[in-house]
Design a protein around this ligand. Structure first.
Ligand SMILES: Cc1ncc(COP(=O)(O)O)c(C=O)c1O
Length: 439
């Protein structure tokens, strides 16, 4: 039996898949924060290059991937689809569990899929520097790498709590030539305003986004780059799901359950969108976004227009949100500490095409440990939400005696997150989560 399903370099997708072409409902447009009218390309041009703005709004089903981007993808793509037979045996489940492993990228997660595309399109339009935010550092290090590939400078605002939890992410960003600052910082008006109210603020992705946009707008030849949430990011990430479908075709299988962890929605959507298309066309698939119980955007957020950042600088987007001033507890899955969600994923949840589940930090580390011990790969704390969700589904299959096929996205490895595992092994995580709940 084949357990590692590999594709060749020439099977890297030639096009991204745009779900907007196939949605059976209309999306609510993003609104200008001042006029509250739908925004147009000109409103976004101070922060994004035109090619990405076009992709953001494109109704085209297939969006070509430029050769230079496919060449850069070939450094690590196609990524493997792996059958987790040892995990299946440990769970004594009749379910087949597969995972798409995005941790083989240079920076260890799915983030380069969009970082490379964004850096490339910016470079074509003469951008000299990209400014961004990062949570756990996976996105910041990926953009640092991509900027280096295409000869651009890069500045990263890293959420303060993660900056200190994951010091080697900073080293990685520096190695690729990026500058990095803990956020909130004194470098921007947005950061100063937060620090004036709370000098010990642990930071949040919303605050770091405000700081990055402010610096991008004030710096000549600089643009802003976002690692999740937006339509063009979801679009770039569909290489994950497109390859996965090819890989299932190789082994003659097809999933009943598709799972991704959910922060802003990009790795989940990247795997899920080609399957959502099949579901719209009549396939019976359970598609699950797994989020942290401490930042339960999709399961407890309201669906309304809200800002993507804390200072209110972004367009208003219709999405599930916990409120743009929500500061989540300092969990180790820093990349999932986001108050909002991709408007596409939100709309799919609202229209019952995908569903969401919230998982506790301690439960996900238990699942991650079992995965590491059986499959040998240590998952990122973010990805561990998908791991644990897959374990739950496999256990359900065992209880029901059903032979299900489950696929999840292992969005990154946890080799730079070992401090989180150390805290778990030392029994410290329980304390942290309780404190966070009280705070
Ligand atoms: C490994 C990993 N998975 C998932 C995420 C969550 O982001 P998204 O929901 O955009 O995939 C992050 C974010 O930093 C991450 O580093």
């Amino acid at each position: 039996m084949e357990t590692r399903i590999l594709l060749k370099e020439d099977q890297i997708p030639t096009h991204y898949y745009n779900i907007l072409a196939d949605l059976p409902f209309a999306m609510d447009p993003p609104l200008h924060p001042g006029t509250k009218q739908p925004i147009g390309p000109a409103d976004m041009s101070p922060i994004f290059p035109m090619a990405l703005i076009e992709q953001e709004m494109s109704p085209q089903r297939e969006v070509p991937i430029p050769d230079k981007v496919r060449e850069a993808y070939a450094i690590y793509r196609p990524t493997p689809l792996i059958r987790a037979t040892r995990l299946e045996q440990a769970l004594k489940t009749p379910a087949k569990i597969y995972y798409k492993y995005e941790g083989v990228s240079p920076t260890g997660s799915h983030k380069p899929n969009t970082a490379i595309a964004q850096a490339y399109f910016n470079m074509l339009e003469g951008t000299k520097k990209l400014v961004t935010e990062t949570g756990a550092g996976q996105w910041g290090s990926s953009l640092a790498y991509a900027c280096h590939l295409f000869g651009m400078e890069c500045t990263v605002y890293m959420v303060k709590v993660s900056f200190y939890q994951k010091p080697y992410r900073k080293t990685m960003m520096n190695l690729f030539g990026a500058e990095i600052y803990p956020s909130p910082s004194n470098r921007t008006e947005a950061g100063k305003a937060i620090l004036a109210k709370d000098p010990d603020c642990p930071g949040s992705l919303g605050i770091a986004i405000s700081e990055a946009i402010e610096e991008a707008v004030k710096t000549p030849n600089a643009k802003y780059s976002l690692g999740s949430v937006l339509n063009h990011v979801v679009l770039h990430q569909t290489v994950i799901g497109l390859e996965t479908q090819e890989q299932f075709a190789v082994v003659g299988d097809y999933p009943d359950v598709v799972i991704g962890c959910h922060g802003g929605g990009s790795n989940f959507a990247g795997l899920a969108m080609p399957f959502v298309r099949d579901k719209i066309n009549g396939k019976n698939i359970d598609i699950i976004a797994a989020e942290p119980a401490s930042c339960p955007t999709l399961t407890q957020g309201k669906v309304e227009y809200d800002f993507g950042d804390t200072a209110g600088m972004t367009p208003l987007m219709k999405m599930h949100t916990l409120g743009h001033d929500f500061i989540p507890p300092s969990i180790h899955a820093g990349g999932l500490r986001y108050h909002g969600a991709s408007p596409i994923v939100s709309a799919l949840v609202s229209n019952n095409l995908v569903r969401a589940e919230a998982l506790e930090q301690l439960e996900i580390f238990k699942g991650a440990m079992l995965f590491a011990k059986t499959e040998g790969t240590i998952p990122a704390p973010e990805s561990s939400h998908a791991v644990q969700m897959a374990i739950r589904e496999a256990e359900n299959a065992r209880e029901e005696g059903k032979e299900k096929t489950i696929v999840f996205n292992l969005s990154g490895h946890g080799l730079l997150d070992l401090s989180a595992y150390e805290a778990y092994l030392n029994g410290e995580l329980q304390r942290e989560e309780r404190e966070a709940e009280v705070a």
